[in-house]
Design a protein around this ligand. Structure first.
Ligand SMILES: *[C@@H]1O[C@H](CO)[C@@H](O)[C@H](O)[C@H]1NC(C)=O
Ligand SMILES: *[C@@H]1O[C@H](CO)[C@@H](O)[C@H](O)[C@H]1NC(C)=O
Ligand SMILES: *[C@@H]1O[C@H](CO)[C@@H](O)[C@H](O)[C@H]1NC(C)=O
Ligand SMILES: *[C@@H]1O[C@H](CO)[C@@H](O)[C@H](O)[C@H]1NC(C)=O
Ligand SMILES: *[C@@H]1O[C@H](CO)[C@@H](O)[C@H](O)[C@H]1NC(C)=O
Ligand SMILES: *[C@@H]1O[C@H](CO)[C@@H](O)[C@H](O)[C@H]1NC(C)=O
Ligand SMILES: *[C@@H]1O[C@H](CO)[C@@H](O)[C@H](O)[C@H]1NC(C)=O
Ligand SMILES: *[C@@H]1O[C@H](CO)[C@@H](O)[C@H](O)[C@H]1NC(C)=O
Ligand SMILES: *[C@@H]1O[C@H](CO)[C@@H](O)[C@H](O)[C@H]1NC(C)=O
Ligand SMILES: *[C@@H]1O[C@H](CO)[C@@H](O)[C@H](O)[C@H]1NC(C)=O
Length: 881
């Protein structure tokens, strides 16, 4: 928005200048001050400008005519510098990926710019600056005129010191969003010294502390405070409620604030928006909320608030949005809420509300547009004849028993419909499917519909019908559909009726997910008509046959999941045309032949587990620089492990930025995020993860030779499984390079030699299995290595704890353990395929917390988006994003 405004302003100014040129007044144009020219030229010298945005900035020209520069029309001094970078998101981006900034300004951002004495506006946002230099400023910094400073969205800048900010005494607007400020622990002290500050935006700055002990923050005139998306962990600080009366919005969305809201009435009489969503707040909703007469938006969702919804909220006559979903609120739905005549959004889902909800609770909401009600203990009891006074745009129901509210079908403006976790009857289904035709977003998740969907025409842009026990064959699709997800139902028969049925218009389908059904037949050869597809999931069905030639026409394809079917044959070379592929998961089929050596460079996850691939591992794989998951387990691979795996750069670091298995669809009419999971077998459990880990699994093959030393250069690897092969050689002492390693399995091979002492420095190692090899010597000490003898059994030459066999060199000091013989005898009875969490002693892995078990929903999109959009909407309006 800002960049748009400034571009507009630039455009406006330059056209003004053109008009001036054509008239006599042009002679009045003032020229740039020499001192200012020099400061700007020095600034330019130090930055990198790949697309020559500053080509107009050259010596001996009038700096007032340079790109981005505005001068005072009387003094000729530079008053504004506005060079935000314009970035355009591509239609499909990876979740967590930022827009392409290769054309933006980069390099050093030297704040000696602030020597421009008359500068009052500086916007360098959304560029790609790497360094922020300000130490030269000192007494030279004299920008007492600066009102507006925006350095946001320069994600690589790390600020160590904010003290210089306090010298910018006229500052009214400060935006450092996306800049890392966590190194500066005094950030609040520095900004609180700015007496004129109206807006402070520190969204996503990795702030960790909120100064709970600071008594008073002197933000005399602050109107906007945005601390969203930080890492704040603290109680709600008292200074927050001691801000001056002028504040009208507080937005603390999505932080990690713990504690309760204070019981005393804070000084917030003119507050219009209170946003504390997505924190860790608990306790009851305080009664003083009822006294905030100006309050229009109250967002307390995704916290741990408990107790009833206070009836005093009914006094908030200005309230437009009441968002309390996802807390632990209980009690009945208060009748007093019915006094909120201006209410447009009422979101109460995912609480423990009890009692009955009927037309009596909703009678007076004539402006209601968004309604969400979902509690396991809330009973819906609507008069089937009732016609509501409102026309909703979005509704979410959950835990509906018996019957859907009949009034739903009177809502002819409805665009978003969400129904989850309901056992209600959807009969007559024909009426329901017909009603769905008016929708844009149609989400039914975990309901017991048990209906036949064959030949039903689906037309909403997003159709997300996951885990509903839907039966029958393929539905029909209108060309409008962008997302079709029928994951985890009981659909059967072939997919050809859907894919091979010619539509009158070109399909717009991007996401096609029929995973976890009972589909049979082959993959069809009709993919030529579905070129817009980005995501195809047909995993966990009963499909058979080969990968058809026409699939190679899917040049936009990013995700291809075909795992757990009965597919066979070689992976056709023509698939090379899918040059954008991120995930290829064809595990648990009967594919054969060599591992493809032509795979696209974009690949992040390659799962070939449990097929019949044979031959050597091709060295071309080493050129897949983005590869994070390489799962070739349980095939017939032979030969040596290639010695170039260290060329896979993604395996060298455990940086988390683009590990999410999802994508964002950016269409003019629709922006939506879909985050999916990938199953990975790590630490002995096959689980679904939202983030890719660095995993190499070559277990259960016929690999031989020694493990190349290059394997021990993969400094980002988290799970390495080479078990059940014929590998030999030793573990090199360089094993300690693999610092993030959480799981390491070399069992059932021919490894020999001593276990290096350096291994004990792998602090994240949780699972270690070296059993059934020829290791010898003393097991190194160290908490990680010493807790379980199961990690070492089947190596007759090993000794020392945790094995009971005492090493020869220790024999003198300890007398022989009488139980030794007995335990050794039992060793081989233990099942060889085991994993042991070593309990105490290991640090929690980098990724441990991100792994999530997700049973019947591979992709998450539904359900969350509905609420998200409400947030986004509210925040956009409040200018907080
Ligand atoms: C100079 O700019 C100010 C506002 O910035 C405007 O009011 C004034 O008319 C301008 N003067 C001339 C001579 O253009
Ligand atoms: C910033 O630029 C000035 C010249 O404008 C230079 O003297 C100074 O050394 C630079 N600062 C840093 C830290 O590079
Ligand atoms: C702030 O300004 C004062 C007076 O001009 C100066 O002495 C001081 O060095 C400046 N502080 C910083 C951090 O630039
Ligand atoms: C700062 O500005 C004031 C007046 O605007 C001027 O008197 C002073 O000399 C300036 N200081 C520096 C170091 O440029
Ligand atoms: C807060 O700032 C204002 C303006 O700078 C000042 O007048 C006032 O004394 C300050 N109050 C406190 C308690 O520091
Ligand atoms: C803010 O806190 C200070 C210190 O605790 C207290 O003296 C002052 O009265 C409070 N101001 C308001 C407006 O509550
Ligand atoms: C709500 O308003 C009524 C009168 O309109 C008043 O009696 C009551 O105390 C108010 N409740 C709260 C919590 O402010
Ligand atoms: C599905 O809905 C039922 C209630 O109908 C609920 O008990 C169950 O936990 C839900 N399952 C999932 C996976 O959310
Ligand atoms: C899968 O398909 C085969 C025929 O291709 C059939 O024999 C088998 O019963 C099917 N299995 C299931 C679980 O439907
Ligand atoms: C691996 O990278 C090295 C340079 O770092 C290069 O010489 C070699 O050819 C690469 N190997 C493969 C198989 O890509």
């Amino acid at each position: 928005m800002n960049s748009f405004l400034s571009i507009f302003r630039l455009f406006f100014l330059s056209s003004l200048c053109l008009i001036m040129f054509n008239s006599v007044t042009c002679s009045l144009t003032v020229h740039c001050n020499e001192k200012d020219t020099n400061i700007l030229l020095k600034f330019k010298q130090r930055l990198t400008d790949p697309s020559e945005l500053l080509s107009s900035w050259f010596p001996n020209s009038d700096c007032c005519e340079w790109r981005g520069v505005t001068c005072d029309n009387i003094t000729g001094r530079v008053s504004e510098l506005s060079l935000p970078c314009d970035t355009i998101p591509s239609q499909i981006t990876a979740l967590g990926e930022i827009d392409d900034k290769s054309h933006c300004l980069s390099g050093e951002l030297n704040l000696s710019l602030l020597k421009l004495e008359y500068l009052n506006y500086l916007d360098l946002s959304n560029n790609d600056f790497k360094f922020l230099q300000f130490n030269s400023m000192g007494s030279g910094g004299n920008s007492t005129n600066l009102h507006y400073l925006d350095l946001s969205l320069n994600y690589d800048i790390v600020v160590h010191n904010l003290h210089w900010i306090s010298n910018l005494s006229s500052l009214q607007y400060l935006n450092l969003g996306g800049v890392h400020i966590h190194k500066e622990i005094d950030w609040l002290q520095s900004v609180t010294l700015l007496p004129s500050l109206l807006e402070l935006h520190l969204r996503d700055c990795q702030l960790e502390t909120m100064y709970p002990f600071l008594q008073y923050a002197n933000f005399t005139s602050l109107q906007v405070l945005n601390l969203a998306h930080n890492d704040l962990v603290s109680e709600l600080p008292s200074w927050l409620f001691n801000l001056s009366c002028h504040i009208s919005h507080i937005n603390l969305f999505n932080n990690q604030i713990h504690g309760e809201l204070p019981q005393a009435f804070p000084n917030l009489r003119s507050i219009k928006s209170l946003v504390f969503s997505k924190n860790y707040l608990k306790g009851p909703l305080p009664n003083w909320l009822g006294q905030l007469e100006q309050l229009q938006r109250l967002y307390l969702s995704y916290n741990y608030f408990s107790g009833p919804i206070p009836s005093c909220l009914g006094n908030l006559s200005s309230l437009i949005e009441l968002v309390l979903n996802s807390n632990q609120l209980n009690g009945n739905l208060s009748k007093d809420l019915g006094q909120l005549l201006n209410l447009e959004s009422l979101l109460l889902a995912e609480n423990s509300l009890t009692g009955t909800v009927s037309e009596r609770n909703l009678l007076s909401f004539s402006n209601l547009k968004v309604l969400s009600l979902n509690s396991p203990t809330l009973v819906f009891d609507f008069d089937p004849e009732w016609t509501p006074p409102y026309q909703l745009q979005a509704v979410e129901f959950g835990n509906v028993r018996d019957k859907l509210p009949e009034w739903l079908f009177t809502q002819s403006s409805l665009k978003d419909l969400v129904i989850v976790d309901s056992t209600a009857s959807f009969e007559p289904l024909e009426k329901f499917w017909n009603f769905s035709k008016q929708l844009d977003n149609f989400y039914l998740v975990n309901n017991t519909i048990n209906g036949d969907i064959s030949n039903v025409l689906l037309s909403p842009k997003i159709v997300w019908l996951v885990s509903n026990n839907l039966r029958g064959g393929m539905p029909r699709l209108s060309a409008e559909v962008i997302v079709l997800c029928l994951y985890n139902n009981s659909l059967s028969g072939p997919i050809s009726p859907l894919l091979c049925n010619k539509m009158s218009n070109k399909s717009n389908l991007i996401h096609f997910d029929m995973g976890y059904n009972h589909l049979s037949g082959d993959l069809t050869d009709c993919w030529n008509d579905w070129k817009s597809l980005v995501h195809v999931d047909l995993g966990y069905n009963n499909l058979t046959g080969k990968i058809p030639h026409s699939m190679s026409s899917l040049s936009n394809l990013r995700f291809l999941y075909l795992e757990s079917n009965n597919l066979f044959g070689e992976v056709p070379v023509s698939l090379k045309n899918c040059q954008n592929l991120w995930i290829l998961d064809i595990g648990h089929n009967n594919f054969s032949g060599d591992i493809p050596n032509w795979l696209p460079q974009s690949l992040k996850g390659l799962k070939l587990r449990s097929n019949q691939f044979s031959g050597k591992i091709p060295t071309q794989l080493c050129q897949l620089h983005s590869l994070m998951v390489m799962d070739f387990a349980s095939n017939g691979l032979s030969g040596a492990i290639p010695n170039c795996l260290h060329n896979i750069t993604a395996m060298l670091s455990s940086d988390a930025s683009t590990r999410k298995v999802g994508f964002v669809i950016n269409l003019p009419s629709l922006k939506t995020e879909i985050s999916c999971t990938i199953t990975m077998l790590i630490k002995g459990n096959e689980l679904e993860y939202f983030n890719l880990m660095n995993v190499i699994d070559l277990s259960n093959n016929n690999l031989s030779g020694s493990v190349p030393l290059e394997m021990y250069m993969l400094t980002g690897i988290q799970s390495l499984n080479l078990s059940h092969n014929m590998l030999s050689g030793t573990i090199p002492k360089e094993i300690d390079n693999l610092e993030p390693l959480e799981s390491f399995d070399l069992s059932r091979n021919l490894f020999s030699g001593e276990i290096p002492q350096t291994m004990s420095s792998l602090h994240y190692l949780e699972v270690l299995n070296l059993s059934f090899n020829n290791f010898m010597g003393k097991i190194p000490s160290g908490t990680q290595l010493g807790s379980s003898n199961l990690s070492y059994i089947g190596n007759s030459g090993l000794c020392g704890p945790p094995l009971s066999k005492i090493c020869p060199q220790d024999e003198k000091s300890h007398n022989t353990n009488p139980r030794e013989e007995e335990e050794e005898g039992n060793e081989y009875e233990v099942h060889s395929w085991f994993y042991m969490g070593l309990g105490i002693g290991f640090a929690v892995g980098f990724w441990g917390v991100l792994g999530t078990i997700f049973f019947n929903r591979r992709c998450r999109h539904a359900y969350f988006r509905f609420l998200h959009r409400t947030y986004d909407f509210a925040m956009r309006k409040m200018n907080f994003m």
